[in-house]
Design a protein around this ligand. Structure first.
Ligand SMILES: Cc1cc2nc3c(=O)[nH]c(=O)nc-3n(C[C@H](O)[C@H](O)[C@H](O)COP(=O)(O)OP(=O)(O)OC[C@H]3O[C@@H](n4cnc5c(N)ncnc54)[C@H](O)[C@@H]3O)c2cc1C
Length: 499
Protein backbone atom coordinates (compact mmCIF):
# COMPACT_ATOMS: atom_id res chain seq x y z
CA UNK A 1 0.00 0.00 0.00
CA UNK A 2 1.11 3.56 -0.55
CA UNK A 3 0.65 5.54 2.66
CA UNK A 4 1.03 9.29 3.08
CA UNK A 5 2.02 10.38 6.60
CA UNK A 6 1.22 14.01 7.43
CA UNK A 7 3.83 15.47 9.81
CA UNK A 8 7.42 14.44 10.53
CA UNK A 9 7.37 14.80 14.32
CA UNK A 10 8.16 11.75 16.46
CA UNK A 11 4.67 10.32 15.87
CA UNK A 12 4.99 10.64 12.08
CA UNK A 13 8.50 9.19 12.09
CA UNK A 14 7.51 6.20 14.25
CA UNK A 15 4.46 5.59 12.03
CA UNK A 16 6.75 5.68 8.98
CA UNK A 17 9.29 3.20 10.38
CA UNK A 18 6.61 0.72 11.45
CA UNK A 19 4.79 1.02 8.10
CA UNK A 20 8.05 0.43 6.21
CA UNK A 21 8.70 -2.59 8.42
CA UNK A 22 5.33 -3.98 7.35
CA UNK A 23 6.29 -3.56 3.69
CA UNK A 24 4.34 -0.41 2.77
CA UNK A 25 5.51 2.43 0.57
CA UNK A 26 5.61 5.68 2.60
CA UNK A 27 5.67 9.34 1.65
CA UNK A 28 6.00 11.80 4.55
CA UNK A 29 4.80 15.36 4.01
CA UNK A 30 6.01 17.99 6.46
CA UNK A 31 5.38 21.74 6.44
CA UNK A 32 8.75 22.49 8.09
CA UNK A 33 12.16 22.14 6.47
CA UNK A 34 13.35 19.32 8.73
CA UNK A 35 12.05 16.37 10.73
CA UNK A 36 11.33 16.54 14.48
CA UNK A 37 8.29 18.79 14.90
CA UNK A 38 8.35 20.02 18.48
CA UNK A 39 11.46 17.94 19.20
CA UNK A 40 13.58 20.77 17.91
CA UNK A 41 16.42 23.13 18.89
CA UNK A 42 17.87 26.59 18.46
CA UNK A 43 21.50 27.33 17.58
CA UNK A 44 22.85 30.65 18.78
CA UNK A 45 26.32 31.97 19.60
CA UNK A 46 27.92 28.52 19.59
CA UNK A 47 25.19 27.03 21.85
CA UNK A 48 22.86 24.24 20.69
CA UNK A 49 19.72 24.33 22.84
CA UNK A 50 16.87 21.82 22.66
CA UNK A 51 13.52 23.63 22.83
CA UNK A 52 11.21 20.61 23.10
CA UNK A 53 11.27 17.46 25.22
CA UNK A 54 14.25 16.88 27.53
CA UNK A 55 13.29 13.94 29.73
CA UNK A 56 13.83 10.87 27.53
CA UNK A 57 12.47 7.63 28.98
CA UNK A 58 11.38 4.25 27.55
CA UNK A 59 14.17 4.17 24.99
CA UNK A 60 12.98 0.73 23.87
CA UNK A 61 10.25 2.47 21.87
CA UNK A 62 12.73 4.34 19.71
CA UNK A 63 14.62 1.07 19.35
CA UNK A 64 11.43 -0.73 18.24
CA UNK A 65 10.83 1.88 15.49
CA UNK A 66 14.46 1.64 14.34
CA UNK A 67 14.41 -2.16 14.41
CA UNK A 68 11.31 -2.14 12.22
CA UNK A 69 13.58 -0.73 9.48
CA UNK A 70 16.54 -3.01 10.22
CA UNK A 71 18.51 -0.55 12.36
CA UNK A 72 18.83 -0.07 16.13
CA UNK A 73 19.13 2.51 18.83
CA UNK A 74 22.82 1.96 19.49
CA UNK A 75 23.62 2.06 15.77
CA UNK A 76 21.96 5.45 15.28
CA UNK A 77 22.36 7.29 18.61
CA UNK A 78 25.17 7.89 21.10
CA UNK A 79 23.08 7.37 24.22
CA UNK A 80 24.07 8.30 27.75
CA UNK A 81 22.16 6.92 30.74
CA UNK A 82 21.73 9.79 33.19
CA UNK A 83 22.95 8.96 36.68
CA UNK A 84 21.11 10.22 38.60
CA UNK A 85 17.98 10.28 36.44
CA UNK A 86 17.29 13.59 38.16
CA UNK A 87 18.04 15.53 41.32
CA UNK A 88 15.13 16.87 43.33
CA UNK A 89 15.37 20.00 45.48
CA UNK A 90 12.68 21.13 47.91
CA UNK A 91 12.32 24.87 48.07
CA UNK A 92 10.41 24.81 51.37
CA UNK A 93 13.52 24.11 53.39
CA UNK A 94 12.78 20.37 53.69
CA UNK A 95 16.43 19.50 53.48
CA UNK A 96 18.01 16.11 53.98
CA UNK A 97 20.35 16.40 56.96
CA UNK A 98 22.16 19.38 55.58
CA UNK A 99 21.76 18.38 51.93
CA UNK A 100 18.86 20.04 50.20
CA UNK A 101 18.33 17.43 47.51
CA UNK A 102 17.69 13.78 46.81
CA UNK A 103 18.80 11.90 43.71
CA UNK A 104 16.48 9.59 41.81
CA UNK A 105 18.25 6.49 40.51
CA UNK A 106 16.83 3.91 38.14
CA UNK A 107 19.06 1.31 39.77
CA UNK A 108 17.08 -0.24 42.62
CA UNK A 109 20.18 -0.73 44.77
CA UNK A 110 21.41 2.82 44.28
CA UNK A 111 17.96 4.24 45.05
CA UNK A 112 17.63 2.02 48.13
CA UNK A 113 20.91 3.43 49.45
CA UNK A 114 19.91 7.01 48.58
CA UNK A 115 16.55 6.77 50.36
CA UNK A 116 18.18 5.05 53.35
CA UNK A 117 20.86 7.75 53.56
CA UNK A 118 18.59 10.74 53.02
CA UNK A 119 15.41 9.49 54.74
CA UNK A 120 15.37 6.24 56.77
CA UNK A 121 15.83 2.47 56.51
CA UNK A 122 12.06 2.07 56.81
CA UNK A 123 11.55 4.38 53.82
CA UNK A 124 14.20 2.47 51.87
CA UNK A 125 12.29 -0.78 52.48
CA UNK A 126 9.08 0.99 51.41
CA UNK A 127 10.82 2.16 48.23
CA UNK A 128 11.59 -1.48 47.31
CA UNK A 129 7.92 -2.41 47.79
CA UNK A 130 6.79 0.69 45.86
CA UNK A 131 9.09 -0.05 42.93
CA UNK A 132 7.71 -3.56 42.68
CA UNK A 133 4.18 -2.08 42.83
CA UNK A 134 5.09 0.25 39.93
CA UNK A 135 6.40 -2.64 37.88
CA UNK A 136 3.22 -4.70 38.41
CA UNK A 137 1.10 -1.67 37.51
CA UNK A 138 3.10 -1.11 34.32
CA UNK A 139 2.90 -4.79 33.35
CA UNK A 140 -0.89 -4.85 33.75
CA UNK A 141 -1.52 -1.44 32.20
CA UNK A 142 0.95 -0.83 29.39
CA UNK A 143 0.54 -3.87 27.10
CA UNK A 144 -3.20 -4.18 27.70
CA UNK A 145 -4.49 -0.62 27.74
CA UNK A 146 -1.79 1.68 26.31
CA UNK A 147 0.19 -0.27 23.71
CA UNK A 148 -2.98 -1.65 22.11
CA UNK A 149 -5.54 -0.40 19.63
CA UNK A 150 -8.85 0.47 21.22
CA UNK A 151 -12.07 0.33 19.19
CA UNK A 152 -14.33 1.74 21.88
CA UNK A 153 -15.28 1.47 25.55
CA UNK A 154 -16.05 -2.24 25.14
CA UNK A 155 -12.44 -2.97 24.11
CA UNK A 156 -11.55 -2.35 27.75
CA UNK A 157 -13.26 -5.67 28.46
CA UNK A 158 -10.95 -7.53 26.08
CA UNK A 159 -8.30 -7.93 28.81
CA UNK A 160 -10.39 -8.94 31.82
CA UNK A 161 -7.43 -10.42 33.73
CA UNK A 162 -5.43 -7.21 33.39
CA UNK A 163 -8.48 -5.15 34.42
CA UNK A 164 -8.85 -7.26 37.56
CA UNK A 165 -5.12 -6.81 38.29
CA UNK A 166 -5.52 -3.03 37.98
CA UNK A 167 -8.42 -3.06 40.41
CA UNK A 168 -6.37 -5.15 42.84
CA UNK A 169 -3.48 -2.69 42.45
CA UNK A 170 -5.90 0.14 43.39
CA UNK A 171 -5.11 1.78 40.06
CA UNK A 172 -8.43 3.65 40.14
CA UNK A 173 -7.88 5.03 43.65
CA UNK A 174 -6.23 8.39 44.17
CA UNK A 175 -2.53 8.48 43.22
CA UNK A 176 -1.77 10.53 46.32
CA UNK A 177 -3.40 8.02 48.66
CA UNK A 178 -1.67 5.05 47.01
CA UNK A 179 1.78 6.68 47.25
CA UNK A 180 1.06 7.73 50.85
CA UNK A 181 0.27 4.10 51.60
CA UNK A 182 3.98 3.39 51.05
CA UNK A 183 5.68 6.49 52.47
CA UNK A 184 5.22 8.56 55.61
CA UNK A 185 7.83 11.06 54.47
CA UNK A 186 6.08 13.93 52.68
CA UNK A 187 9.17 14.55 50.54
CA UNK A 188 8.98 11.03 49.08
CA UNK A 189 5.25 11.33 48.45
CA UNK A 190 5.98 14.40 46.33
CA UNK A 191 8.98 12.76 44.66
CA UNK A 192 6.94 9.78 43.44
CA UNK A 193 3.74 11.58 42.46
CA UNK A 194 4.69 14.91 40.84
CA UNK A 195 5.02 13.10 37.47
CA UNK A 196 1.19 13.27 37.07
CA UNK A 197 1.79 16.84 35.91
CA UNK A 198 3.37 15.42 32.73
CA UNK A 199 -0.13 14.14 31.90
CA UNK A 200 -1.64 17.54 32.64
CA UNK A 201 -3.01 16.46 36.02
CA UNK A 202 -2.53 17.45 39.64
CA UNK A 203 -0.86 14.63 41.61
CA UNK A 204 -3.53 15.28 44.25
CA UNK A 205 -6.39 14.62 41.85
CA UNK A 206 -4.94 11.97 39.50
CA UNK A 207 -5.82 8.27 39.74
CA UNK A 208 -3.05 5.80 40.54
CA UNK A 209 -3.06 4.50 36.93
CA UNK A 210 -0.89 7.58 36.19
CA UNK A 211 1.85 6.19 38.41
CA UNK A 212 2.82 4.44 35.17
CA UNK A 213 4.62 7.73 34.35
CA UNK A 214 6.57 7.46 37.62
CA UNK A 215 7.51 3.95 36.52
CA UNK A 216 8.79 5.24 33.18
CA UNK A 217 11.29 7.73 34.58
CA UNK A 218 12.07 6.36 38.06
CA UNK A 219 12.40 2.70 37.14
CA UNK A 220 13.14 2.56 33.38
CA UNK A 221 15.62 5.42 33.68
CA UNK A 222 16.31 8.65 31.84
CA UNK A 223 18.64 8.94 28.85
CA UNK A 224 20.22 11.65 26.74
CA UNK A 225 21.38 11.31 23.13
CA UNK A 226 24.74 13.08 22.72
CA UNK A 227 24.24 16.20 20.60
CA UNK A 228 20.76 16.83 22.02
CA UNK A 229 17.25 15.41 22.06
CA UNK A 230 16.77 16.46 18.43
CA UNK A 231 19.14 13.61 17.54
CA UNK A 232 16.18 11.24 18.09
CA UNK A 233 14.14 12.48 15.09
CA UNK A 234 17.36 12.82 13.08
CA UNK A 235 18.08 9.11 13.72
CA UNK A 236 14.53 8.00 12.90
CA UNK A 237 14.43 10.11 9.75
CA UNK A 238 17.80 8.82 8.50
CA UNK A 239 16.83 5.20 9.16
CA UNK A 240 13.45 5.68 7.43
CA UNK A 241 15.10 7.33 4.42
CA UNK A 242 17.65 4.50 4.20
CA UNK A 243 14.74 2.04 4.23
CA UNK A 244 13.07 3.80 1.30
CA UNK A 245 10.72 6.44 2.73
CA UNK A 246 10.31 9.64 0.73
CA UNK A 247 10.28 12.92 2.65
CA UNK A 248 8.65 16.03 1.14
CA UNK A 249 9.59 19.04 3.28
CA UNK A 250 7.97 22.49 3.09
CA UNK A 251 4.81 20.71 2.00
CA UNK A 252 1.84 22.29 3.79
CA UNK A 253 -1.18 20.01 3.61
CA UNK A 254 -4.17 22.08 2.61
CA UNK A 255 -6.78 19.44 1.81
CA UNK A 256 -7.60 15.82 1.12
CA UNK A 257 -9.14 14.54 -2.08
CA UNK A 258 -11.83 11.90 -1.60
CA UNK A 259 -12.59 9.10 -3.99
CA UNK A 260 -16.31 9.87 -3.95
CA UNK A 261 -18.34 12.70 -2.56
CA UNK A 262 -20.53 10.63 -0.25
CA UNK A 263 -19.89 10.69 3.48
CA UNK A 264 -20.49 6.97 3.85
CA UNK A 265 -17.75 4.69 2.50
CA UNK A 266 -15.61 7.72 1.85
CA UNK A 267 -11.95 7.05 1.08
CA UNK A 268 -9.05 9.47 0.79
CA UNK A 269 -7.53 9.32 -2.69
CA UNK A 270 -4.82 11.98 -2.40
CA UNK A 271 -3.20 14.56 -0.14
CA UNK A 272 -3.11 18.12 -1.48
CA UNK A 273 -0.44 20.72 -0.75
CA UNK A 274 -0.89 24.50 -0.66
CA UNK A 275 1.45 24.84 -3.66
CA UNK A 276 -0.85 22.73 -5.86
CA UNK A 277 0.98 19.46 -5.11
CA UNK A 278 -1.05 16.23 -5.18
CA UNK A 279 0.15 12.88 -3.80
CA UNK A 280 -2.01 9.82 -4.33
CA UNK A 281 -2.53 7.57 -1.32
CA UNK A 282 -4.11 4.24 -0.45
CA UNK A 283 -4.19 5.37 3.18
CA UNK A 284 -3.32 8.54 5.11
CA UNK A 285 -2.07 9.02 8.67
CA UNK A 286 -2.49 12.52 10.14
CA UNK A 287 -0.08 13.20 13.01
CA UNK A 288 -0.64 16.94 13.45
CA UNK A 289 -2.59 18.60 16.29
CA UNK A 290 -6.19 17.63 15.67
CA UNK A 291 -7.83 20.99 16.43
CA UNK A 292 -5.72 22.63 13.74
CA UNK A 293 -6.23 19.74 11.31
CA UNK A 294 -10.04 19.92 11.67
CA UNK A 295 -9.87 23.69 11.19
CA UNK A 296 -7.95 23.33 7.94
CA UNK A 297 -7.46 20.25 5.80
CA UNK A 298 -10.04 18.07 7.62
CA UNK A 299 -12.66 20.84 7.66
CA UNK A 300 -15.14 18.60 5.75
CA UNK A 301 -15.19 16.04 8.55
CA UNK A 302 -16.98 15.98 11.90
CA UNK A 303 -14.74 17.16 14.76
CA UNK A 304 -14.80 14.89 17.83
CA UNK A 305 -16.39 16.92 20.66
CA UNK A 306 -13.45 16.46 22.98
CA UNK A 307 -11.13 18.22 20.50
CA UNK A 308 -13.10 21.47 20.69
CA UNK A 309 -14.65 21.22 24.15
CA UNK A 310 -12.11 19.13 26.02
CA UNK A 311 -9.72 20.24 28.74
CA UNK A 312 -6.20 21.00 27.55
CA UNK A 313 -3.09 20.51 29.68
CA UNK A 314 -1.32 23.38 31.37
CA UNK A 315 1.32 25.05 29.24
CA UNK A 316 4.97 25.91 29.83
CA UNK A 317 7.05 29.01 30.12
CA UNK A 318 10.37 27.82 28.66
CA UNK A 319 13.57 29.80 29.10
CA UNK A 320 16.70 28.61 27.31
CA UNK A 321 19.98 30.20 28.25
CA UNK A 322 23.56 29.94 27.05
CA UNK A 323 25.60 31.14 30.04
CA UNK A 324 29.16 31.73 31.15
CA UNK A 325 30.58 29.23 33.65
CA UNK A 326 29.89 25.64 34.67
CA UNK A 327 27.52 25.49 37.68
CA UNK A 328 28.36 22.91 40.35
CA UNK A 329 26.15 20.72 42.52
CA UNK A 330 23.58 20.00 39.84
CA UNK A 331 22.62 16.94 37.82
CA UNK A 332 21.60 16.90 34.14
CA UNK A 333 17.93 17.25 35.21
CA UNK A 334 17.07 19.20 38.35
CA UNK A 335 13.58 19.49 39.72
CA UNK A 336 12.73 22.19 42.23
CA UNK A 337 9.49 21.38 44.03
CA UNK A 338 7.80 24.55 45.21
CA UNK A 339 6.05 25.24 48.49
CA UNK A 340 2.28 25.29 48.76
CA UNK A 341 2.01 21.97 46.95
CA UNK A 342 -1.77 21.86 46.77
CA UNK A 343 -2.20 25.58 46.16
CA UNK A 344 0.38 25.51 43.35
CA UNK A 345 -1.49 22.87 41.33
CA UNK A 346 -4.79 24.57 42.12
CA UNK A 347 -3.43 27.85 40.68
CA UNK A 348 -2.20 26.43 37.39
CA UNK A 349 -4.89 23.84 36.76
CA UNK A 350 -8.03 25.49 38.09
CA UNK A 351 -7.52 29.16 38.91
CA UNK A 352 -5.70 30.26 35.76
CA UNK A 353 -2.80 31.77 37.71
CA UNK A 354 0.95 31.13 37.76
CA UNK A 355 2.31 29.36 40.85
CA UNK A 356 3.46 31.70 43.63
CA UNK A 357 6.53 29.53 44.28
CA UNK A 358 6.60 27.37 41.16
CA UNK A 359 7.93 23.85 40.78
CA UNK A 360 10.57 24.08 38.05
CA UNK A 361 12.55 21.75 35.82
CA UNK A 362 16.04 23.10 35.21
CA UNK A 363 18.08 20.91 32.89
CA UNK A 364 21.79 21.42 32.52
CA UNK A 365 22.63 19.20 29.54
CA UNK A 366 26.22 20.43 29.44
CA UNK A 367 26.79 18.23 32.53
CA UNK A 368 26.65 15.26 30.12
CA UNK A 369 27.62 16.84 26.82
CA UNK A 370 30.23 19.58 26.40
CA UNK A 371 29.76 19.63 22.62
CA UNK A 372 26.65 21.83 22.82
CA UNK A 373 28.31 24.94 24.30
CA UNK A 374 31.58 26.84 23.86
CA UNK A 375 34.35 25.90 26.36
CA UNK A 376 33.69 27.19 29.87
CA UNK A 377 30.00 27.78 29.09
CA UNK A 378 26.75 25.93 29.85
CA UNK A 379 23.26 25.46 28.48
CA UNK A 380 20.29 25.89 30.81
CA UNK A 381 16.75 24.74 30.00
CA UNK A 382 14.35 26.15 32.60
CA UNK A 383 10.67 25.23 32.43
CA UNK A 384 7.84 26.51 34.59
CA UNK A 385 4.36 24.94 34.23
CA UNK A 386 1.90 27.78 33.60
CA UNK A 387 -1.82 27.93 32.73
CA UNK A 388 -2.73 27.49 29.08
CA UNK A 389 -4.47 30.24 27.10
CA UNK A 390 -7.89 29.41 28.59
CA UNK A 391 -6.68 31.53 31.50
CA UNK A 392 -6.84 35.29 31.18
CA UNK A 393 -3.13 35.98 31.59
CA UNK A 394 -1.82 38.75 29.35
CA UNK A 395 1.46 37.22 28.18
CA UNK A 396 2.64 40.43 26.52
CA UNK A 397 2.99 41.76 30.08
CA UNK A 398 3.57 38.47 31.94
CA UNK A 399 6.47 37.41 29.73
CA UNK A 400 8.81 40.09 31.16
CA UNK A 401 7.68 39.28 34.70
CA UNK A 402 8.30 35.57 34.14
CA UNK A 403 11.69 36.30 32.62
CA UNK A 404 12.95 38.41 35.50
CA UNK A 405 11.57 35.93 38.08
CA UNK A 406 13.28 33.04 36.30
CA UNK A 407 16.60 34.88 36.12
CA UNK A 408 16.29 35.70 39.83
CA UNK A 409 15.56 32.04 40.72
CA UNK A 410 18.42 30.73 38.59
CA UNK A 411 20.68 33.18 40.42
CA UNK A 412 19.38 32.16 43.88
CA UNK A 413 19.77 28.46 43.06
CA UNK A 414 23.35 29.09 41.91
CA UNK A 415 23.12 28.35 38.17
CA UNK A 416 24.38 31.86 37.37
CA UNK A 417 26.03 34.60 39.44
CA UNK A 418 23.85 37.30 37.96
CA UNK A 419 22.28 38.43 34.70
CA UNK A 420 25.63 39.35 33.17
CA UNK A 421 26.45 35.61 32.90
CA UNK A 422 23.77 35.26 30.21
CA UNK A 423 25.29 35.14 26.73
CA UNK A 424 22.23 34.15 24.68
CA UNK A 425 18.62 33.33 25.55
CA UNK A 426 15.36 32.24 23.94
CA UNK A 427 11.95 32.38 25.57
CA UNK A 428 8.70 30.58 24.72
CA UNK A 429 5.40 31.46 26.39
CA UNK A 430 1.92 30.06 25.63
CA UNK A 431 1.38 32.56 22.81
CA UNK A 432 4.51 31.25 21.09
CA UNK A 433 3.24 27.66 21.31
CA UNK A 434 -0.10 28.83 19.87
CA UNK A 435 1.65 30.49 16.95
CA UNK A 436 3.29 27.12 16.22
CA UNK A 437 -0.18 25.54 15.91
CA UNK A 438 -0.53 24.10 19.41
CA UNK A 439 -4.14 24.34 20.62
CA UNK A 440 -4.76 26.58 23.65
CA UNK A 441 -1.08 27.50 23.57
CA UNK A 442 0.05 24.28 25.24
CA UNK A 443 2.70 21.87 23.91
CA UNK A 444 1.05 19.08 25.96
CA UNK A 445 -2.27 18.74 24.07
CA UNK A 446 -5.50 17.43 25.60
CA UNK A 447 -5.00 16.56 29.24
CA UNK A 448 -5.20 12.96 30.35
CA UNK A 449 -8.07 13.22 32.75
CA UNK A 450 -9.96 9.95 32.87
CA UNK A 451 -12.66 10.89 30.35
CA UNK A 452 -10.02 12.09 27.86
CA UNK A 453 -7.93 8.92 28.03
CA UNK A 454 -8.18 5.50 26.37
CA UNK A 455 -11.55 5.05 24.62
CA UNK A 456 -12.58 8.61 25.55
CA UNK A 457 -9.66 10.27 23.72
CA UNK A 458 -10.11 11.03 19.98
CA UNK A 459 -9.76 7.63 18.25
CA UNK A 460 -6.80 6.86 15.99
CA UNK A 461 -9.09 6.00 13.08
CA UNK A 462 -11.69 8.09 11.29
CA UNK A 463 -15.30 7.04 11.80
CA UNK A 464 -16.21 8.67 8.46
CA UNK A 465 -13.31 7.85 6.15
CA UNK A 466 -12.26 4.24 5.83
CA UNK A 467 -8.56 4.76 5.07
CA UNK A 468 -7.81 7.76 7.32
CA UNK A 469 -5.88 7.26 10.58
CA UNK A 470 -4.30 9.36 13.30
CA UNK A 471 -1.19 9.38 15.48
CA UNK A 472 0.36 12.00 17.78
CA UNK A 473 -0.44 13.56 21.10
CA UNK A 474 -4.13 14.41 20.59
CA UNK A 475 -5.10 10.82 19.82
CA UNK A 476 -4.48 7.55 21.68
CA UNK A 477 -2.57 6.72 23.76
CA UNK A 478 -1.54 10.34 24.39
CA UNK A 479 1.09 12.95 25.01
CA UNK A 480 4.87 12.65 25.54
CA UNK A 481 7.67 10.96 23.65
CA UNK A 482 6.89 7.33 24.65
CA UNK A 483 3.18 7.79 23.96
CA UNK A 484 3.50 9.40 20.54
CA UNK A 485 6.02 6.75 19.47
CA UNK A 486 3.48 4.14 20.56
CA UNK A 487 0.74 6.01 18.67
CA UNK A 488 2.81 5.64 15.49
CA UNK A 489 3.12 1.90 15.98
CA UNK A 490 -0.63 1.56 16.63
CA UNK A 491 -1.60 3.58 13.53
CA UNK A 492 0.72 1.42 11.40
CA UNK A 493 -0.89 -1.72 12.85
CA UNK A 494 -4.35 -0.46 11.87
CA UNK A 495 -3.19 0.05 8.28
CA UNK A 496 -1.47 -3.32 8.07
CA UNK A 497 -4.69 -4.92 9.34
CA UNK A 498 -6.55 -3.40 6.36
CA UNK A 499 -4.58 -5.44 3.89
C1 LIG B 1 8.83 22.45 25.73
C2 LIG B 1 8.40 21.01 25.65
C3 LIG B 1 8.81 20.12 26.62
C4 LIG B 1 8.43 18.80 26.56
N1 LIG B 1 8.95 17.92 27.48
C5 LIG B 1 8.77 16.60 27.30
C6 LIG B 1 9.57 15.67 28.01
O1 LIG B 1 10.46 16.07 28.76
N2 LIG B 1 9.34 14.34 27.82
C7 LIG B 1 8.39 13.89 26.96
O2 LIG B 1 8.22 12.67 26.83
N3 LIG B 1 7.64 14.76 26.22
C8 LIG B 1 7.82 16.09 26.35
N4 LIG B 1 7.17 16.98 25.56
C9 LIG B 1 6.06 16.50 24.69
C10 LIG B 1 6.56 15.85 23.41
O3 LIG B 1 7.58 16.62 22.86
C11 LIG B 1 5.40 15.75 22.41
O4 LIG B 1 4.31 15.03 22.99
C12 LIG B 1 5.80 15.05 21.12
O5 LIG B 1 7.06 15.47 20.66
C13 LIG B 1 4.75 15.33 20.06
O6 LIG B 1 5.14 14.71 18.85
P1 LIG B 1 4.14 14.65 17.62
O7 LIG B 1 4.81 13.96 16.52
O8 LIG B 1 2.82 14.13 18.08
O9 LIG B 1 3.84 16.20 17.25
P2 LIG B 1 4.77 17.27 16.55
O10 LIG B 1 6.16 17.13 17.02
O11 LIG B 1 4.10 18.59 16.76
O12 LIG B 1 4.72 16.88 15.00
C14 LIG B 1 3.68 17.28 14.15
C15 LIG B 1 4.30 17.70 12.83
O13 LIG B 1 3.27 18.02 11.90
C16 LIG B 1 3.70 19.12 11.10
N5 LIG B 1 2.51 19.76 10.52
C17 LIG B 1 1.53 20.44 11.18
N6 LIG B 1 0.59 20.87 10.30
C18 LIG B 1 0.98 20.44 9.07
C19 LIG B 1 0.42 20.57 7.77
N7 LIG B 1 -0.74 21.21 7.54
N8 LIG B 1 1.10 20.01 6.73
C20 LIG B 1 2.28 19.33 6.92
N9 LIG B 1 2.84 19.20 8.15
C21 LIG B 1 2.20 19.73 9.21
C22 LIG B 1 4.43 20.00 12.11
O14 LIG B 1 5.29 20.91 11.46
C23 LIG B 1 5.17 18.95 12.93
O15 LIG B 1 6.45 18.69 12.42
C24 LIG B 1 7.56 18.33 25.53
C25 LIG B 1 7.15 19.23 24.54
C26 LIG B 1 7.59 20.55 24.57
C27 LIG B 1 7.26 21.47 23.43
Amino acid sequence: MKVVVVGAGLAGLATTCHLLGDGHEVVVVERGFKAGGRTSYVKDGGFVMDNGPTVFTMISMVDAALRAVGSSLYERLDLIELVPAYRVFYSDGQSFDGEGSIDVHASKDAMYEEVKRKCSSKDAESYVKFSSYLRKLYEAEFPNFIDKNIDGVLSLMSSPKAAVSLVKLKAFSSLDSVVRGYFDDERLVKLFSFQALYAGLSPLEARAIYAVITYMDSIEGVYYPRGGMHQIPRALKDAASDAGATFEFEFVVEGLEFRDGRTKDRRVAAVLGDGGERIEADAVVVTTELAQAYDTFLADLRVPNVVTQGEYSPSAYLHLLGVRGTPHGFAHHNIFLGTAWKEGFQSVLHNGRRMRDPSLLVSLPTVSDGSIAPDGHSVLYALEPVPNLDASIDWTFERDQARSQMVQRLTEYGFISDETDIVVESIYDPKDWLSMGMSKGTPFALSHRFFQSGPFRPANFSKEVENLFFAGSTTTPGVGVPMVLTSGKLAAQRISNLV
